[in-house]
Design a protein around this ligand. Structure first.
Ligand SMILES: CC(C)(COP(=O)(O)OP(=O)(O)OC[C@H]1O[C@@H](n2cnc3c(N)ncnc32)[C@H](O)[C@@H]1OP(=O)(O)O)[C@@H](O)C(=O)NCCC(=O)NCCS
Length: 343
């Protein structure tokens, strides 16, 4: 017989507030064309992207996270002192240790909240949301901040035709807290490590440090290039189109709802053609609002879903209480999908 008392959490969890931060510098496709052989028309038609935001020196991972989190806390009406955990999903925080989450928790004024980073690529928001729901229901934290943040411009090879136009910077955050009714459905998530090579860092940090130029990518002047994220665009595209629609459908089934019950669809903002294809495969009815934030935000990896959510609510295209399907997928390869009630 166990002597441990059962933990006391909330019956359910929900997203109570959302906030976003987009860097001030807006970068049109013309800037991308300075370094790759492409065209504005090609980038728009193949990816949907017209502009993206690139962070300046002051717009650090921590600074953008603090901005987005402050807005999410205000939106939720929750003081930072009541946040029990800060979960930061990012692949672009450049120190191996400590996690950037602890600095963010401190700068926000939390009361020594638990804080840690997770690396789950473009599925990072869904992974963080799942952890947060668990903490709230299990009772380890009353309120949890889930932050998706990236400065992918630091990890973009502007001479790489497969990615130069794709990535953007920004931060999105949500506050997860107690609920009397289900408002975050079961997560359908997973990984396919056999496809790890399809999205990866060009050179690992240890190889980069050794600096053997015979192995390292060089720029036009013969200098060693800083590591960047690269991908096999077509392989990722096919995987996303064929496999992720199935995962999205499983998340609907797990939540016990049909496409007709949905108000909003917020997929990871990877490529507008992937989004359109998923809408078709899932047979989403006309009334479902679809996030296409990628047009002006680019692919911001872990930040893309909360940023798109924030924008839909800010523009009035979605409203509080709407039922939304969210799905993230990317490097790993990893994925996570769930149905949520919008804050
Ligand atoms: C990257 C991506 C937009 C490329 O589109 P695509 O239609 O697959 O392009 P392809 O690689 O098949 O290339 C098609 C043609 O365009 C050309 N091309 C490739 N990149 C180009 C560029 N940046 N500008 C202009 N032409 C380009 C190719 O050379 C090829 O020309 P060809 O037909 O004469 O050989 C698309 O594959 C994609 O979005 N993939 C998934 C991205 C993603 O989601 N990544 C992150 C996961 S989270």
């Amino acid at each position: 017989m166990s002597k441990i008392k059962p933990s006391k959490g909330a019956p359910y969890a929900r997203i109570l507030g959302v906030g976003g931060y987009r860097p001030t510098r807006v970068v049109p496709n013309e800037v991308i064309l300075e370094t790759i052989d492409s065209s504005d028309e090609w980038i728009r038609s193949r990816s949907g992207i017209e502009t993206r935001h690139w962070a300046g020196p002051e717009e650090t991972v921590a600074a953008m996270s603090v901005e987005a989190s402050g807005k999410a806390l205000a939106d939720a009406g929750i003081d930072a002192s009541r946040v029990g955990a800060v979960v930061v999903s990012t692949v672009s925080h450049f120190a191996q240790t400590p996690a950037i989450a602890t600095e963010i928790a401190d700068r926000l004024g939390t009361d020594k909240a638990a804080a840690f980073d997770i690396s789950a690529g473009c599925a990072g928001f869904g992974y963080g949301l799942t952890l947060a729901k668990g903490m709230v229901v299990e009772g380890s934290a009353e309120y949890v901040l889930v932050i998706g943040v990236e400065r992918l411009s630091d990890l973009t090879d502007l001479e790489d035709r497969a990615t130069a136009f794709l990535f953007g910077d920004g931060a999105g955050a949500v506050v997860v807290g107690p609920s009397q009714e289900p408002a975050i459905g079961p997560t359908v998530w997973g990984s396919e490590g056999d496809k790890a090579e399809t999205i990866k860092q060009t050179v690992s940090w240890d190889r980069f440090r050794i600096g053997d130029v015979s192995e390292l990518p060089l720029d036009r002047d013969g200098n060693v290039k800083f590591p960047a994220i690269t991908q096999e665009g077509q392989a990722v595209f096919r995987w996303a189109v064929f496999e992720m629609a199935k995962v999205a459908q499983q998340a609907l089934d797990a939540a016990g709802i049909s496409p007709d019950d949905l108000d909003v669809f917020i997929p990871h903002q990877a490529n507008v053609r992937i989004i359109d294809s998923m809408v078709k495969t899932l047979k989403l009815p006309e009334h479902v609002t679809v996030a296409r934030d990628i047009r002006t935000t680019g692919n911001t990896s872990a930040a893309s879903i909360p940023l798109a959510m924030e924008r839909l609510l800010a523009t009035g295209d979605a409203k509080s209480g709407d039922t939304a399907l969210v799905i993230g997928f990317g490097a790993g390869l990893v994925y996570a999908a769930t149905v949520v009630t919008l804050p």
